[in-house]
Ligand binder design. Structure first.
Ligand SMILES: [Zn+2]
Length: 376
Protein backbone atom coordinates (compact mmCIF):
# COMPACT_ATOMS: atom_id res chain seq x y z
CA UNK A 1 0.00 0.00 0.00
CA UNK A 2 1.29 3.44 -0.86
CA UNK A 3 2.07 5.64 2.14
CA UNK A 4 -0.36 8.34 1.02
CA UNK A 5 -3.25 5.88 1.06
CA UNK A 6 -2.17 4.67 4.44
CA UNK A 7 -2.19 8.17 5.85
CA UNK A 8 -5.57 8.87 4.30
CA UNK A 9 -6.98 5.88 6.08
CA UNK A 10 -5.54 7.06 9.35
CA UNK A 11 -6.89 10.53 8.86
CA UNK A 12 -10.38 9.38 7.85
CA UNK A 13 -10.66 7.18 10.90
CA UNK A 14 -9.50 9.91 13.24
CA UNK A 15 -11.81 12.43 11.64
CA UNK A 16 -14.80 10.25 12.28
CA UNK A 17 -13.87 9.49 15.84
CA UNK A 18 -13.14 13.02 16.94
CA UNK A 19 -16.13 14.61 15.26
CA UNK A 20 -18.72 12.19 16.48
CA UNK A 21 -20.86 13.60 19.27
CA UNK A 22 -19.12 12.80 22.53
CA UNK A 23 -21.15 14.94 24.88
CA UNK A 24 -18.23 17.34 25.18
CA UNK A 25 -19.39 20.94 24.87
CA UNK A 26 -17.36 23.44 22.94
CA UNK A 27 -17.48 27.23 23.00
CA UNK A 28 -17.09 28.95 26.37
CA UNK A 29 -15.59 25.82 27.92
CA UNK A 30 -12.72 25.59 25.40
CA UNK A 31 -10.11 26.84 27.82
CA UNK A 32 -6.45 25.82 27.52
CA UNK A 33 -6.73 22.60 29.52
CA UNK A 34 -9.61 21.40 27.42
CA UNK A 35 -7.73 22.15 24.20
CA UNK A 36 -4.78 20.14 25.47
CA UNK A 37 -7.05 17.25 26.41
CA UNK A 38 -8.64 17.30 22.96
CA UNK A 39 -5.21 17.32 21.28
CA UNK A 40 -4.10 14.38 23.41
CA UNK A 41 -7.24 12.44 22.49
CA UNK A 42 -6.80 13.13 18.78
CA UNK A 43 -3.14 12.14 18.91
CA UNK A 44 -3.99 8.92 20.77
CA UNK A 45 -6.49 7.99 18.02
CA UNK A 46 -4.03 8.79 15.24
CA UNK A 47 -1.24 6.88 16.95
CA UNK A 48 -3.42 3.83 17.67
CA UNK A 49 -4.48 3.66 14.03
CA UNK A 50 -0.91 3.96 12.74
CA UNK A 51 0.29 1.37 15.24
CA UNK A 52 -2.44 -1.06 14.21
CA UNK A 53 -1.58 -0.59 10.56
CA UNK A 54 2.22 -0.61 10.57
CA UNK A 55 3.36 -1.57 14.09
CA UNK A 56 5.05 1.81 14.61
CA UNK A 57 4.12 5.48 14.93
CA UNK A 58 6.22 8.40 13.69
CA UNK A 59 5.84 12.12 14.43
CA UNK A 60 5.11 12.48 10.70
CA UNK A 61 2.08 10.18 11.10
CA UNK A 62 0.81 12.40 13.88
CA UNK A 63 1.40 15.71 12.09
CA UNK A 64 -0.35 14.40 8.98
CA UNK A 65 -3.19 13.00 11.07
CA UNK A 66 -3.65 16.36 12.76
CA UNK A 67 -3.80 18.03 9.36
CA UNK A 68 -0.68 20.09 10.11
CA UNK A 69 1.38 18.45 7.37
CA UNK A 70 0.47 16.87 4.02
CA UNK A 71 1.76 13.72 2.36
CA UNK A 72 2.91 15.61 -0.81
CA UNK A 73 5.16 17.74 1.41
CA UNK A 74 6.64 14.62 2.95
CA UNK A 75 7.18 13.08 -0.51
CA UNK A 76 8.92 16.23 -1.72
CA UNK A 77 11.07 16.24 1.39
CA UNK A 78 12.06 12.59 1.00
CA UNK A 79 13.23 13.21 -2.55
CA UNK A 80 15.38 16.13 -1.47
CA UNK A 81 13.26 18.97 -2.83
CA UNK A 82 12.46 20.47 0.57
CA UNK A 83 15.37 21.59 2.74
CA UNK A 84 13.74 20.94 6.11
CA UNK A 85 10.38 19.27 6.69
CA UNK A 86 9.70 21.59 9.64
CA UNK A 87 9.24 24.41 7.11
CA UNK A 88 6.15 22.61 5.75
CA UNK A 89 4.38 22.23 9.09
CA UNK A 90 1.39 24.57 9.18
CA UNK A 91 1.59 25.41 12.90
CA UNK A 92 4.34 27.05 14.95
CA UNK A 93 7.13 25.09 16.59
CA UNK A 94 5.56 25.34 20.09
CA UNK A 95 2.43 23.56 18.90
CA UNK A 96 4.52 20.96 17.09
CA UNK A 97 6.59 20.39 20.23
CA UNK A 98 3.40 20.01 22.31
CA UNK A 99 2.08 17.41 19.87
CA UNK A 100 5.33 15.43 19.95
CA UNK A 101 5.32 15.58 23.76
CA UNK A 102 1.75 14.24 23.78
CA UNK A 103 2.79 11.45 21.41
CA UNK A 104 5.71 10.59 23.68
CA UNK A 105 3.43 10.50 26.76
CA UNK A 106 0.92 8.29 24.96
CA UNK A 107 3.69 5.94 23.80
CA UNK A 108 5.07 5.62 27.33
CA UNK A 109 1.59 4.75 28.62
CA UNK A 110 1.31 2.10 25.90
CA UNK A 111 4.70 0.65 26.90
CA UNK A 112 6.26 1.43 23.51
CA UNK A 113 9.96 2.13 23.06
CA UNK A 114 11.60 5.02 21.20
CA UNK A 115 13.64 4.11 18.08
CA UNK A 116 15.75 6.42 15.98
CA UNK A 117 14.49 6.52 12.39
CA UNK A 118 17.01 6.70 9.57
CA UNK A 119 15.89 9.48 7.21
CA UNK A 120 19.31 9.68 5.53
CA UNK A 121 20.49 13.27 5.18
CA UNK A 122 16.95 14.63 5.29
CA UNK A 123 16.45 16.91 8.27
CA UNK A 124 13.39 18.34 10.02
CA UNK A 125 14.88 21.51 11.43
CA UNK A 126 16.79 24.22 9.60
CA UNK A 127 19.13 24.94 12.47
CA UNK A 128 21.21 22.73 14.72
CA UNK A 129 18.61 22.09 17.42
CA UNK A 130 19.68 18.51 18.12
CA UNK A 131 16.84 17.87 20.61
CA UNK A 132 14.11 18.92 18.17
CA UNK A 133 15.78 16.92 15.43
CA UNK A 134 15.92 13.82 17.64
CA UNK A 135 12.28 14.19 18.70
CA UNK A 136 11.24 14.24 15.03
CA UNK A 137 13.33 11.19 14.20
CA UNK A 138 11.93 9.15 17.09
CA UNK A 139 9.35 6.56 16.17
CA UNK A 140 7.48 4.53 18.77
CA UNK A 141 7.08 0.76 18.58
CA UNK A 142 7.42 -2.45 20.53
CA UNK A 143 10.51 -3.46 18.54
CA UNK A 144 13.01 -1.92 16.12
CA UNK A 145 11.49 -3.70 13.11
CA UNK A 146 9.48 -3.00 11.05
CA UNK A 147 10.76 0.48 10.25
CA UNK A 148 9.71 3.04 7.63
CA UNK A 149 11.20 2.27 4.22
CA UNK A 150 13.12 5.10 2.62
CA UNK A 151 12.53 5.68 -1.08
CA UNK A 152 15.41 4.13 -2.99
CA UNK A 153 15.94 7.13 -5.21
CA UNK A 154 19.42 7.37 -6.67
CA UNK A 155 21.30 10.43 -5.48
CA UNK A 156 21.81 12.88 -8.30
CA UNK A 157 25.33 13.39 -9.56
CA UNK A 158 28.32 11.24 -8.74
CA UNK A 159 28.28 8.39 -6.27
CA UNK A 160 31.41 6.95 -4.74
CA UNK A 161 31.41 3.70 -2.81
CA UNK A 162 33.29 3.03 0.40
CA UNK A 163 34.49 -0.58 0.39
CA UNK A 164 36.30 -2.84 2.80
CA UNK A 165 37.25 -5.62 0.37
CA UNK A 166 40.39 -5.67 -1.79
CA UNK A 167 40.07 -4.14 -5.25
CA UNK A 168 42.30 -2.55 -7.89
CA UNK A 169 41.74 0.50 -10.06
CA UNK A 170 41.30 -0.38 -13.74
CA UNK A 171 43.36 2.64 -14.79
CA UNK A 172 46.36 2.70 -12.45
CA UNK A 173 46.24 -0.60 -10.57
CA UNK A 174 46.06 1.30 -7.30
CA UNK A 175 43.47 0.94 -4.57
CA UNK A 176 41.93 2.83 -1.67
CA UNK A 177 38.91 3.06 0.61
CA UNK A 178 36.74 4.68 -2.03
CA UNK A 179 35.95 3.61 -5.57
CA UNK A 180 33.89 4.93 -8.43
CA UNK A 181 32.11 2.68 -10.89
CA UNK A 182 32.23 4.07 -14.42
CA UNK A 183 31.04 2.78 -17.77
CA UNK A 184 34.54 1.42 -18.36
CA UNK A 185 35.15 -0.24 -15.00
CA UNK A 186 36.12 0.73 -11.48
CA UNK A 187 38.35 3.64 -10.73
CA UNK A 188 40.23 5.11 -7.79
CA UNK A 189 39.50 8.72 -6.78
CA UNK A 190 42.67 10.09 -8.38
CA UNK A 191 41.96 8.44 -11.72
CA UNK A 192 38.33 9.60 -11.48
CA UNK A 193 39.64 13.15 -10.93
CA UNK A 194 37.99 13.37 -7.53
CA UNK A 195 41.28 13.10 -5.65
CA UNK A 196 41.30 16.77 -4.68
CA UNK A 197 37.96 16.52 -2.88
CA UNK A 198 37.71 16.29 0.89
CA UNK A 199 35.43 13.90 2.79
CA UNK A 200 32.70 15.47 4.89
CA UNK A 201 30.98 12.83 7.05
CA UNK A 202 27.18 12.75 7.38
CA UNK A 203 25.68 13.95 10.61
CA UNK A 204 25.17 17.66 10.09
CA UNK A 205 22.49 17.90 7.42
CA UNK A 206 22.66 21.69 7.13
CA UNK A 207 26.44 21.66 6.67
CA UNK A 208 26.20 18.87 4.10
CA UNK A 209 23.50 20.62 2.09
CA UNK A 210 25.29 23.94 2.06
CA UNK A 211 28.59 22.31 1.13
CA UNK A 212 27.04 20.46 -1.80
CA UNK A 213 25.51 23.73 -2.99
CA UNK A 214 28.82 25.61 -2.72
CA UNK A 215 30.96 22.90 -4.31
CA UNK A 216 31.27 22.89 -8.07
CA UNK A 217 32.15 19.22 -8.00
CA UNK A 218 30.89 16.87 -5.32
CA UNK A 219 30.11 13.20 -4.88
CA UNK A 220 27.96 11.24 -2.47
CA UNK A 221 29.80 8.55 -0.52
CA UNK A 222 27.76 5.41 0.12
CA UNK A 223 28.50 2.09 1.75
CA UNK A 224 26.66 -1.18 1.40
CA UNK A 225 25.10 -2.25 4.67
CA UNK A 226 24.92 -6.02 4.84
CA UNK A 227 22.67 -5.81 7.89
CA UNK A 228 20.11 -3.52 6.31
CA UNK A 229 20.61 -4.80 2.79
CA UNK A 230 20.92 -1.39 1.19
CA UNK A 231 23.35 1.43 0.42
CA UNK A 232 23.71 3.98 3.20
CA UNK A 233 25.08 7.49 2.87
CA UNK A 234 28.33 8.05 4.70
CA UNK A 235 28.86 11.65 3.67
CA UNK A 236 29.99 13.63 0.67
CA UNK A 237 33.22 14.49 -1.09
CA UNK A 238 33.46 18.21 -1.78
CA UNK A 239 35.94 20.99 -2.39
CA UNK A 240 37.58 22.05 0.87
CA UNK A 241 36.79 25.69 0.06
CA UNK A 242 33.10 24.80 -0.21
CA UNK A 243 33.17 23.09 3.19
CA UNK A 244 34.71 26.20 4.71
CA UNK A 245 32.13 28.48 3.09
CA UNK A 246 29.32 26.21 4.26
CA UNK A 247 30.72 25.95 7.77
CA UNK A 248 30.88 29.74 7.96
CA UNK A 249 27.22 29.96 6.87
CA UNK A 250 26.28 27.42 9.50
CA UNK A 251 28.18 29.31 12.18
CA UNK A 252 26.01 32.32 11.53
CA UNK A 253 22.96 30.50 12.83
CA UNK A 254 24.56 28.04 15.21
CA UNK A 255 25.21 28.36 18.89
CA UNK A 256 28.76 28.59 20.17
CA UNK A 257 29.19 24.92 21.01
CA UNK A 258 28.04 23.66 17.64
CA UNK A 259 30.32 26.28 16.11
CA UNK A 260 33.39 24.84 17.78
CA UNK A 261 32.39 21.31 16.81
CA UNK A 262 32.27 22.24 13.13
CA UNK A 263 35.62 23.99 13.26
CA UNK A 264 37.22 20.98 14.90
CA UNK A 265 35.80 18.77 12.22
CA UNK A 266 37.52 20.87 9.55
CA UNK A 267 40.80 20.92 11.41
CA UNK A 268 41.00 17.16 11.53
CA UNK A 269 42.56 17.40 8.07
CA UNK A 270 46.07 18.39 9.07
CA UNK A 271 48.20 19.87 6.34
CA UNK A 272 51.89 18.98 6.15
CA UNK A 273 53.29 22.52 5.90
CA UNK A 274 56.80 21.58 4.81
CA UNK A 275 55.52 19.34 2.05
CA UNK A 276 53.16 22.10 1.01
CA UNK A 277 56.00 24.63 0.68
CA UNK A 278 58.23 22.20 -1.25
CA UNK A 279 55.40 21.32 -3.60
CA UNK A 280 54.55 24.96 -4.36
CA UNK A 281 58.24 25.66 -5.00
CA UNK A 282 58.47 22.72 -7.43
CA UNK A 283 55.40 23.98 -9.31
CA UNK A 284 56.92 27.44 -9.71
CA UNK A 285 60.12 25.84 -11.05
CA UNK A 286 58.40 23.70 -13.70
CA UNK A 287 55.58 26.15 -14.50
CA UNK A 288 56.93 29.67 -14.05
CA UNK A 289 53.79 31.14 -15.59
CA UNK A 290 51.46 29.47 -13.06
CA UNK A 291 49.96 32.22 -10.85
CA UNK A 292 51.38 31.86 -7.37
CA UNK A 293 47.94 31.71 -5.72
CA UNK A 294 47.20 28.72 -7.92
CA UNK A 295 50.52 27.06 -7.15
CA UNK A 296 49.70 27.50 -3.45
CA UNK A 297 46.23 26.03 -3.90
CA UNK A 298 47.53 22.99 -5.79
CA UNK A 299 50.21 22.46 -3.14
CA UNK A 300 47.60 22.78 -0.39
CA UNK A 301 45.48 20.04 -1.90
CA UNK A 302 48.51 17.83 -2.49
CA UNK A 303 49.49 18.29 1.16
CA UNK A 304 45.95 17.53 2.34
CA UNK A 305 46.03 14.28 0.42
CA UNK A 306 49.57 13.58 1.58
CA UNK A 307 48.47 13.76 5.18
CA UNK A 308 45.32 11.73 4.72
CA UNK A 309 45.82 8.87 2.36
CA UNK A 310 49.42 8.77 1.15
CA UNK A 311 52.29 7.81 3.41
CA UNK A 312 55.58 9.68 3.87
CA UNK A 313 57.38 7.74 1.16
CA UNK A 314 54.61 8.48 -1.28
CA UNK A 315 54.81 12.14 -0.32
CA UNK A 316 58.51 12.08 -1.29
CA UNK A 317 57.68 10.48 -4.62
CA UNK A 318 54.96 13.09 -5.13
CA UNK A 319 57.65 15.76 -5.64
CA UNK A 320 59.01 14.26 -8.87
CA UNK A 321 58.36 16.20 -12.11
CA UNK A 322 55.78 13.74 -13.33
CA UNK A 323 53.68 14.10 -10.18
CA UNK A 324 53.97 17.89 -10.31
CA UNK A 325 52.78 17.87 -13.91
CA UNK A 326 49.83 15.62 -13.05
CA UNK A 327 48.77 17.79 -10.12
CA UNK A 328 48.94 21.00 -12.16
CA UNK A 329 47.16 19.36 -15.10
CA UNK A 330 44.35 18.22 -12.79
CA UNK A 331 44.01 21.73 -11.40
CA UNK A 332 43.84 23.28 -14.88
CA UNK A 333 41.23 20.73 -15.90
CA UNK A 334 39.08 21.45 -12.84
CA UNK A 335 39.50 25.22 -12.69
CA UNK A 336 40.18 26.48 -16.22
CA UNK A 337 37.78 24.30 -18.19
CA UNK A 338 34.15 23.17 -17.98
CA UNK A 339 35.37 19.69 -17.00
CA UNK A 340 33.65 19.60 -13.58
CA UNK A 341 30.36 20.72 -15.07
CA UNK A 342 30.62 17.97 -17.68
CA UNK A 343 31.22 15.36 -14.95
CA UNK A 344 28.32 16.63 -12.87
CA UNK A 345 26.10 16.49 -15.96
CA UNK A 346 26.88 12.78 -16.20
CA UNK A 347 29.35 12.91 -19.10
CA UNK A 348 31.76 10.00 -18.95
CA UNK A 349 35.23 10.87 -17.66
CA UNK A 350 37.12 9.92 -20.87
CA UNK A 351 34.62 11.85 -22.96
CA UNK A 352 34.88 14.88 -20.73
CA UNK A 353 38.69 14.73 -20.82
CA UNK A 354 38.68 14.62 -24.61
CA UNK A 355 36.48 17.68 -24.78
CA UNK A 356 38.75 19.80 -22.58
CA UNK A 357 42.13 18.38 -23.71
CA UNK A 358 43.05 21.21 -26.10
CA UNK A 359 42.28 23.91 -23.57
CA UNK A 360 44.30 22.11 -20.88
CA UNK A 361 47.34 21.76 -23.14
CA UNK A 362 47.10 25.39 -24.15
CA UNK A 363 47.20 26.57 -20.52
CA UNK A 364 50.00 24.19 -19.54
CA UNK A 365 52.16 25.25 -22.51
CA UNK A 366 51.70 28.90 -21.61
CA UNK A 367 52.60 28.30 -17.95
CA UNK A 368 55.69 26.31 -18.91
CA UNK A 369 56.81 29.18 -21.11
CA UNK A 370 56.34 31.65 -18.25
CA UNK A 371 53.06 33.17 -19.50
CA UNK A 372 50.02 33.58 -17.30
CA UNK A 373 46.72 32.90 -18.98
CA UNK A 374 43.78 35.15 -18.37
CA UNK A 375 40.26 33.80 -18.31
CA UNK A 376 39.23 33.12 -21.86
ZN1 LIG B 1 43.59 4.79 -10.33
Amino acid sequence: MRPSLMYKTVWARTDKQTRQPTGRTVGPRTYAGDVTARLETRIAHIAEAALAERQFVTPIDVLIGLGWLTQPHVDRWLTGRVAALGLCVAVDSDKTAAALAALSAWAHDRGLKPWDTDYGDHSFTTGVDADAERAFRTRWAVSEQPAPALPRHRPRGLTVEEVEYAWTCDSCGGSGDLLLTTTTGISCLDCADLGHLVFLPSGDAALTRRTANASRLSAVVVQWSRRRNRYERQGILAESDAIEVAARQCLEDADARALRRQRDQLRREVVDEKFRGDFAEAIRMHFPGCPSTRAEAVAYHAALRGSGRVGRRAAGRALDPDAIRLAVTASVRHVDTEYDDLLMAGVDRDDARDRVRLRVEEVLAAWRGGLSVLDG
